[in-house]
Design a protein around this ligand. Sequence first.
Ligand SMILES: Cc1ncc(C[n+]2csc(CCOP(=O)(O)OP(=O)(O)O)c2C)c(N)n1
Length: 690
Amino acid sequence: MNWRSSSDLTSDLDELCINTLRFLSVDAVQKANSGHPGLPMGAAPMAYVLWTHFLKHNPANPGWVDRDRFILSAGHGSMLLYALLHVTGYGVPLEQIEQFRQWGSITPGHPERGLTPGVEMTTGPLGQGFGNGVGMAMAEAHLAARYNRAGFDIIDHFTYAIVSDGDLMEGIASEAASLAGHLKLGKLIYLYDDNRVTLSAASGIAFTEDRAQRFDAYGWHVESIDDGNDVRALDEALHAARAESTRPSLIVVRTHLGYGSPNKQDTFEAHGSPLGSEEVRLTKRNLGWPENPPFFIPDAALTHFRRAVERGTRAEAAWTSRYSAYAQAFPDLARELEQVIAGDMPANWDEDIPLFPADDKGIATRVASGKVMNAIAPRMPALIGGSADLDPSTYTALTGMGDFEPPGANALDREGSAGGGWSFAGRNVHFGVREHGMGAILNGLAAHGATVPFGATFLIFSDYMRPPIRLAALMELHVIYVFTHDSIALGEDGSTHQPVEQLAGLRSVPRLIVIRPCDANETAVAWRVALESRHRPVALILTRQPVPTLDRRRFASADGLRRGAYVLLDARDGKPELILIATGSEVTLAVAAASKLLAQQVQVRVVSMPSWKLFDAQPVEYREAVLPPSVTARLAVEAGASQGWHRYVGNRGDVLGVDRFGASAPGDVLLREYGFTVDSVCRRAFAMLQ
Ligand SMILES: Cc1ncc(C[n+]2csc(CCOP(=O)(O)OP(=O)(O)O)c2C)c(N)n1
């Protein structure tokens, strides 16, 4: 056995610790017979230096608000993170390392927020973690600008990530990096694991740009390290990155995938499968590590890593005492900060939400949404967000609440500003034309905590942000999406801009609440639901065109939206022979058709169904009261794909939907041409009744 005694190794503690991380990863992947050993083996030194020399964290309290955030963006290297969490003293016992990737373990194949103490973000889809970190750094900058006072840097932490070739290749990283550079996020520091190997090949087969120059052009501070095992160089580069206050930092670290493996280092074979027991043996021998037992952690290494617990406890205690002094000096600010951190709604947060008077002409639900948001924002400090360059169309600007822009730029007269000045305290984020990046940044903002982020674009472009929407739902993040221009009725922009299948797609995402309100007052209730849904993302689907504001003395209260679907207008004695189910702008059409049907003695009920998911969560008694099983003549009316509606209309029901692409023409013409008319609704209704 090529093994030095532990007394020799104390003189080389760094190496001992680094190899501990490496071989915990190697052994766990080998035991699971599944996973990625290569990245942890190469990136262990940078992780070690960051976690032992710099990272401000408290393993005893992974939720400490002012901890540094760390994201392993290359989530396939998850064992590196689990190894770090175990050795530094988080609630990740060695048995969990041994249960890597197994049923019921807290060490899944890719890191999952909420499952494993200390895992900040769910990563694995490459590039997402890169974008998340930008959101976290924005949250930090925002909260610091709003709540810190001279002598009291209550919010003051860094956001770190380890990012890989794959992360940098994904387009989302370009969007997020570009915005981070523009915003001058000086406390964002990424270590780039430049191992030049990906899953299927050497990265040079597809990825040859000069990464350092690329990030330099984004306005980042770039450091380069030739030898990824050089602990001192890593230390110096991290010092330099932390000293840089107005540019995000990328530290390009030349590493070797599968470092130490005699036959697999620098090959893609070390990337995504176990080394194999013979190669594990050779690698251990090569790096001077005992072949047995597996999952070996030398005492000296563990003691060194575990200092994190004491350091973290001290750091948090010092912070807590500073915070107490702050709370005494600034009680109102402290109260507000505590409340946003807790995620509680302020008292009277909804007091100014308008009640919209009945109006046949009405307003677009996007316009109603803008009014509601602006009524809420002054009372709800956690609300922050913006659009992907569509503020004038999505009505999502929070007037006078400031623009989230780097400090020092005075742009009161800048076109497009929401008013209130430029600073990190601004609550209007200008994401630029970067929907994918926006989605990941929203997740980072939400996961950081103390913010309730929203992001807006046209419904059609929700397609550009599906990966982060899915991850928001997976992570139970409170993110609000404002998707406007919700159907072919948007008109002249034509088929490229007219959503068809997007509603069906969003509705199929588990946990995501999709709400398509029918008028201004339902929109107001939709916003209430969105803000109250603390552990789920919510997508609001809004019209471009005006829709009548229903007279709620004649129709049921818009509060029915809370239950997903409700009887808006009922048949005589509550005994319908026909049910029209509609959402959003098509509710008005259903109501108009119902008038005509009533005139012809058809007993019709109109159900407004803004949210399938909220409805599905109701008790069966309620659902059957709204849609009685005995009434089989049911017509769903929605200007979107019909997919899924048969669940509500049944085999004998019918769906008036849009199952082809749209076209360029005025919206009312399109609706007519696509059959969204009173006559065609009545015709279909009669066909069912016969
Ligand atoms: C969006 C996305 N596409 C594809 C994959 C599948 N995948 C996992 S790792 C990987 C290659 C990663 O190479 P690199 O980022 O350099 O990681 P390393 O080889 O250093 O482990 C790929 C393509 C993924 N996880 N996410």
